[in-house]
Ligand binder design. Structure first.
Ligand code: UD1
Ligand code: UDP
Length: 367
């Protein structure tokens, strides 16, 4: 059986890597990797960490390109590759535009599709945007749905998918985390090595499209207020390469010494940083899954999330993007020791670290 993995962005790469590494150990499956290059530097960091050398690179990256550009370039780029390679199954992971476009390209060639991280739903088509739509559209086209959790499976059942095509596997992000986080990890970056992690060090990430503009301004002004009021707090913010995020971050933080604006971190330093900070403030999907596994409270800068497991386990809190709410939630977590203890318990609702093995076993068992 010939399996083609297609991915294009940082989080897809991190979550697909454990499956690619696992499949390389199995000699009965022939595997190929194609990156779209929706991301460039941020994707290349992942390829390097996991030592993945793609068989195909569509290299579609162009700064500031639109969703239509990503979709059409991926569709066109994959057409010849699928024609030539004729894979038995095309594997996609997650909810980006690469995922939807790759699934559509495979569907047009009547190639089977496996969707990893299937069944996540926020219930709002515009939040996260366009990811909620990408997930649903990919689900419609997919033949096999690898759902991280039971509640993801239930979402798919509610939409009428056949249970025999749904497999609960856990999320491969936990596999990746187990590979990367080490107690004796040393950062290359002196800022990160020299931070006093016994103090109030908070990790911030923000990039979501629906937060561009006013919501992001609200979030950053709340964080600015915290920094100006609390001398003990340090923020580390590896800024996403999106120019909109970067200019907003610089506007609010560039004059503040205790906000460390750094370049996007490669996965090893990023996950090890997460393991050391006091808590995490983020609108990221993957970070919402990783922080609870590391016992780090996570304040989620969104109005709704498709990852409710962490919220239900009370290690994650949905804060939204209202400035006062963001400010209050951070201050509460800094001041209320009981709340902090309750939110710091390590839980793993997203998997046990063996998701990749389970997925490859299922692929091996297919006709
Ligand atoms: C994309 C995904 C989002 C995912 C995120 C992970 C879509 C629509 N969005 O959002 O679901 O959560 O990746 O990070 O699929 N850029 C670079 N270099 C890079 C990457 C990005 O310069 O390596 C800049 C470019 O100007 C690019 C912009 O960031 O145009 C936005 O990139 P894009 O892939 O369109 O969307 P993201 O916001 O990264
Ligand atoms: N991440 C990273 N470096 C960073 C920020 C995040 O390696 O500077 C990792 C993080 O550990 C997680 C993934 O990137 O696995 C999340 O990616 P992102 O937030 O860009 O996308 P999302 O998960 O929201 O789609």
């Amino acid at each position: 059986m010939k399996v083609l993995f297609v991915f294009g962005t940082r989080p897809e790469g991190i979550k697909m890597a454990p499956i690619i590494k696992e499949i390389e150990k199995r000699h009965d499956l022939e595997s190929y990797t194609c990156v779209t290059g929706q991301h460039r530097e941020m994707l290349d960091q992942v390829l390097e960490i996991f030592d993945i050398k793609p068989d195909y690179d569509l290299n579609i990256f162009k700064k500031g390109q639109s969703l239509t550009d990503v979709t059409t370039k991926t569709l066109l780029g994959l057409e010849d590759i699928l024609e030539e390679l004729k894979p038995d199954i095309l594997m996609v992971q997650g909810d980006t535009t690469t995922v939807f476009a790759a699934a559509l390209a495979a569907f047009y060639k009547k190639i089977k599709i496996g969707h990893v991280e299937a069944g996540l739903r926020s219930g709002n088509l515009y939040s996260p945007y366009p990811e909620e739509a990408n997930r649903k559209l990919t689900g419609v086209l997919a033949n096999y749905h690898f759902a991280p959790t039971e509640s993801n499976r239930e979402n798919l059942l509610k939409e009428g998918y056949d249970d025999k095509n749904i497999f609960i596997t856990g999320n491969t992000v936990i596999d990746a985390l187990k590979y990367s986080v080490k107690e004796d990890f040393v950062f290359d970056d002196e800022i990160l090595n020299n931070l006093d992690y016994n103090k109030e060090v908070v990790l911030l990430t923000a990039h979501r499209r629906e937060n561009w503009g006013e919501p992001m301004e609200n979030i950053f002004s709340a964080i600015r207020r915290v920094i100006l009021e609390r001398e003990n707090v340090e923020i580390v913010f590896p800024i996403h390469l999106n120019p909109i995020v970067r200019s907003t971050a610089k506007k609010y933080f560039s004059d503040l010494d205790r906000v460390h604006l750094i370049e996007p971190l490669s996965y090893m330093p990023f996950s090890n940083l997460m393991a050391r900070v006091k808590f995490v403030v983020t609108d990221s999907g993957g970070v919402q899954e990783e922080a609870p596994a590391l016992g780090k409270p996570v304040l989620v800068l969104r109005n709704e999330t498709e990852r409710m497991e962490g919220v239900e386990a009370k290690t994650a809190k949905l804060v939204g993007t209202n400035s006062q709410d963001v400010y209050d939630s951070i201050i509460n977590l800094l001041d209320d020791k009981n709340l902090y203890e309750k939110m710091s318990k390590a839980i793993n609702p997203y998997g046990d670290g063996h998701a990749a093995k389970k997925i490859v076993n299922i692929l091996e068992g297919m006709d």
